[in-house]
Design a protein around this ligand. Structure first.
Ligand code: N01
Length: 560
């Protein structure tokens, strides 16, 4: 890196990089490593005091990977890393994932290029220099040829606008922004709002310690036992010894005619089996726990109403079986298609309602009116509490990009561009925002795929694009408007084959008041990565490149 001056940029700019990465979570750190490995000068900024992104902020009791078992939730690019990190449980806990990310940062010497406690406040593109100017809350002003937004799909907390919440006399915590120091619930009356993945993980843990827990539930949720357990040495060895095959399996797309675009299912047809056979499968998967309940199920589960309703009935039976009080059990029965909200894995969630110190308030029949100094007032009365835990989720997928709100060509802000739709191409780039790349943006499989592996594959695509530009003396790239519209149709058409768009969820933005309702996840799973590779191989169809201008073109050679 040098401090070359670019004439069109303000005097305040003190440093110039090839790339600035926003975010030092799973994606941002991999982007730093990979781009630095190409000989680029890269700087990474993160507002948190430590690396880890979501895994730093979501440090609430009970937080653990709610996806595929370890070691599949981890980077795949380094055989050494796979071999040397001993995951200890099937559903890795938040402290263990954070330790793994710390190890990753140290092992690959990433920290020297990461500035923590440094939130990016603004990013503006300058067409003349083909560079981004980036300003941080700490007063830094730097420029970069490429802006890599690894801002997280689930990292902007959603804090509900409840009347009087600021007047509450007790402590108020958000699961997505949990304090660093330990929190004691001992002897406390705790209210929890929210029963998504975070609520379902945290409620049983709080109930073990608190004097009383009142759960304020707006929408009941299905959850399947996580069946978390220690990983056996032989299980880890099996994966390590067959790593190439395991990895290939993670990236293999289902057949083009598969019922569910993102996963092959169990290879069995539900229509060729008797109701008893199907029930036996659901029972087997319930006993197995984990996301096997989705991925070991029939591929029709997320596309066929009839099969989905049968699975819902099975799960509803489980709730009635587990929960002793029939009224409470009825309040816990969901009414959406299973799996169309993010599938949840729990450790004793429904069982928690059998405890004497746990009460469920159904906000659909008894909504919150306001918070008072002493608690939560619902239509039917006041619930005194000493602490409030908001497990109210995130402004997901697009929220963190909108919080960054970069300014593109001609002064356009992202908030303007995305007012009614998250226009993008391949989930990676946005027209009018040249040289800005997103990782796990809207339009990628992001939250429906393996996040670390997805980040690797998206970063590698970005790196290849930068190489393509460098070899041809190109200084700017952005998608065309037409390509964006076609991509939106492609993503929507895939989603329409499934039941996903029919449910209100954070996938559709329905959890945030006023957010446009649009299912913005690519449901193709591994097929997405094959698709974006194909587009690159075909000469980056749908992208417009511009030759490097003289003022902005020199950085790679000079800076590295
Ligand atoms: O958030 P959510 P989450 N009044 O949006 C309720 C990932 N994750 O943090 O459904 C009352 O799912 C809301 O009700 P409703 C994981 O992928 C990963 O739980 O909108 N209630 C819902 O019950 C997950 O899916 C990990 O009606 C209000 C809850 O709050 C995703 O993050 C850990 C309300 C929010 O559920 C999000 O999960 C945690 C209001 N005004 C999460 N506003 C790990 O892997 C919202 N709610 C570690």
């Amino acid at each position: 890196m040098t401090s070359t001056t670019h004439p069109q940029q303000t005097d305040a700019v003190t440093e110039h990089y090839d790339a600035v990465v926003v975010g030092a979570g799973v994606s941002g750190m991999y982007a730093l490593l990979h781009l630095r490995g190409m000989g680029l000068s890269v700087r990474t900024y993160d507002g948190a005091p430590r690396i880890g992104g979501t895994w730093w902020y979501n440090r609430y009791p009970g937080a653990r990977v709610d996806g595929p078992s370890a070691p599949l939730y981890g980077y795949t690019f380094s055989d050494e890393l796979v071999k040397e990190w001993d995951w200890t449980e099937t559903q890795s806990s938040q402290p263990e994932v954070l330790s793994y990310l710390d190890h990753f940062a140290d092992r690959f010497d990433l920290r020297r290029d990461i500035e923590l406690d440094t939130r990016v406040d603004d990013a503006r593109y300058d067409e003349a220099t083909q560079r981004w100017t980036i300003e941080t809350g700490t007063g830094r002003c730097v420029s970069a040829a490429f802006l890599i937004c690894a801002v997280g799909a689930l990292s902007t907390p959603n804090t509900p606008d409840i009347h009087g919440i600021d007047d509450f006399g007790g402590r108020c915590l958000h699961t997505g922004h949990w304090p660093e120091e330990p929190v004691s619930f001992e002897g406390k009356r705790v209210g929890v709002i929210g029963t998504g993945s975070s609520g379902i993980q945290v409620i049983p843990e709080i109930a073990k310690e608190a004097a009383h827990v009142t759960v304020f539930q707006r929408t009941p949720q299905y959850t399947v036992p996580a069946r978390n357990r220690p990983l056996k040495a032989e299980e880890l060895a099996l994966v390590r010894d067959n790593w190439e095959m395991v990895k290939a399996g993670m990236m293999a797309p289902p057949a083009a005619d598969a019922a569910l675009p993102m996963a092959p299912g169990n290879g069995r047809s539900p229509f060729e089996e008797t109701p008893e056979q199907r029930h036996a499968l659901y029972q087997e998967l319930w006993e197995q726990g984990t996301l096997a309940f989705v991925y070991g199920n029939y591929a029709e589960l997320l596309v066929n109403e009839e099969i989905n309703r049968e699975v819902c009935a099975f799960l509803q039976g489980k709730i009635r079986e587990i929960v002793d009080d029939p009224d409470t059990a009825e309040k816990l029965i969901p009414d959406h298609f299973y799996g169309t909200k993010r599938p949840i894995l729990d450790s004793g969630y429904y069982e928690t309602y059998n405890r004497d110190n746990v009460t469920l308030v159904d906000l659909r029949e008894d909504p919150i009116e306001e918070m008072t100094r002493a608690g939560v007032r619902t239509v039917m009365g006041e619930h005194p509490i000493d602490m409030l835990v908001l497990a109210t989720g995130f402004d997901a997928i697009s929220g963190s990009m909108l919080r960054l709100d970069p300014m593109g060509r001609g002064g356009i802000r992202l908030k303007e561009k995305w007012e009614s739709r998250y226009h993008n191409y391949l989930g990676l780039m946005i027209s009018d925002f040249p040289n800005l790349f997103m990782i796990h943006g809207p339009g990628t499989p992001g939250v429906l795929y393996l996040m670390p592996l997805g980040a690797e594959l998206e970063t590698e695509w970005i790196a290849n694009c930068l190489r393509h530009m460098s070899e041809r003396g190109l200084g700017a790239v952005e998608p065309t408007h037409e390509a964006e519209l076609a991509w939106d149709e492609e993503v929507s058409a895939l989603a329409e084959k499934t039941l996903f768009p029919r449910t209100d969820s954070w996938y559709t933005g329905a959890n945030i008041p006023g957010k446009p309702r649009h299912f913005s996840v690519h449901v193709g799973g591994p097929a997405y990565f094959h698709r974006i590779a194909e587009i690159a191989e075909q000469g980056y169809e749908g992208f417009a490149f511009a030759p490097a201008t003289s003022v902005g073109s020199n950085d790679r050679e000079e800076d590295s």
